[in-house]
Design a protein around this ligand. Sequence first.
Ligand code: SAH
Length: 454
Amino acid sequence: MQPPVQKNQLITAEITDLTHEGAGVAKIEGYTLFVPDSLPGEKAKIRVVHTKKDYGYGKVEERLEKSPDRVDPLCDIYGRCGGCQLQHLSYTGQLKYKQKQVIDALERIGGLSDVKVLPTLGLEYPWIYRNKAQVPVAARNGELIAGFYQKRSHQIIDMDHCLITDETVDEIIQEVKKIAKETGIPPYDETNHRGVLRHIVVRIGRETGEVMVVLVTKTNDLPHRKTFIRGLTEKYPQIKAIAHNINSKRTNVIFGETTKTIWGRDVIYDRIGSVKFAISARSFYQVNPQQTRVLYEKALEYAELTGQETVIDAYCGIGTISLFLAQKAGKVYGVEIVPEAIEDAKANAELNGLDNAFFEAGKAEDVIPAWHEKGIKADVIVVDPPRKGCDEALLKTIIAMKPKRVVYVSCNPSTLARDLRILEDGGFQTIEVQPVDMFPQTTHVECVAQIVLN
Ligand code: SAH
């Protein structure tokens, strides 16, 4: 069958939906046309730029009717930078969009049409929320640049300011760039795998104000090390740790295996609620601390702890959720794949005087079945997997372990829906899903679900 529109054709159409990547959707005789920078309810003259059998792409030539939810993006580089996708949508519109993303995924992928999905919990001020920036370094016309990747590309946009990043983090990134330029340290060139400085990573503990800087190089040594240390620590007393990470591989992954502390501590500290955390360079730590607290409190509510329960926290990172729950549970077991994060988790349990939390490094899908075999029983299992969701072996073990409740923290509604289907087929029921906006201005959707044993 031929698509009803051809390349270069100019059509007038209405936008009826928004994809999980933030593009508008127009339906032309049932054929799907993706139209970037357009919003549901808008009408536009659209130039068809590309067609495939089942779907195509179009570009707005003239907007005929504007959505009441359309706002002017605040950032100068919005549209070119790949970091944000929804600055042209009002924040209220973004929150509704995220709730709908969850509802649609549950229905379409999980076949779950009667689950209660609550309105998204948002921030009062949806800017400068990120506690971390990790910016790639490159050369342009012989000059060092650092910033964000452009949409769908590996071209870097030189950036001197990011509106969703903590201001101190932003400023320190600029300072590292300035020192790097002054020293003449060669920027990494991914096309020929030459050069030295690959990434600048800066993270702040928003409650403590402590900052860690990590310089990632291709080479084993960091040239001008002392200049970096002196320049940064003299100007920014809040820097408590500077690390050097070596990543000599041809890869998109930011960190390599070796991290050396070159100044100060190995960790910075932060607090979520009353729990204090040590965070090392390579450990995962949620990027939006204010909303992390909201998310964890919801997870705690869904766990319905009375103080006696045994809880398993799968994909525990540095033990954030585990320790949050350990305050209200009998015992908590955490498992996580990154060994440094598990070291942090153990230190964090001690730091908070919580002696009822136990941690093991390994894959959740290997370690939890082993615990099950050893006879460990769980009343509540919390999972917080990366975007690809839970491994099927883990879901099978959860079904076999029959905990009273499962709390699923998810950063990807599609894999959440897929996994909920498996749990439902294994005898569980999804009670409620709460989206929490961890990533304003972007299309990323985070949510937490309560699932109970039937
Ligand atoms: N619950 C933590 C971390 C969530 S992010 C928090 O809220 O801070 C997901 C974590 O899963 C990361 O720390 C990642 O390193 C870890 N991970 C990824 N694959 C894993 C696997 N197969 N088994 C266990 N942990 C894994």
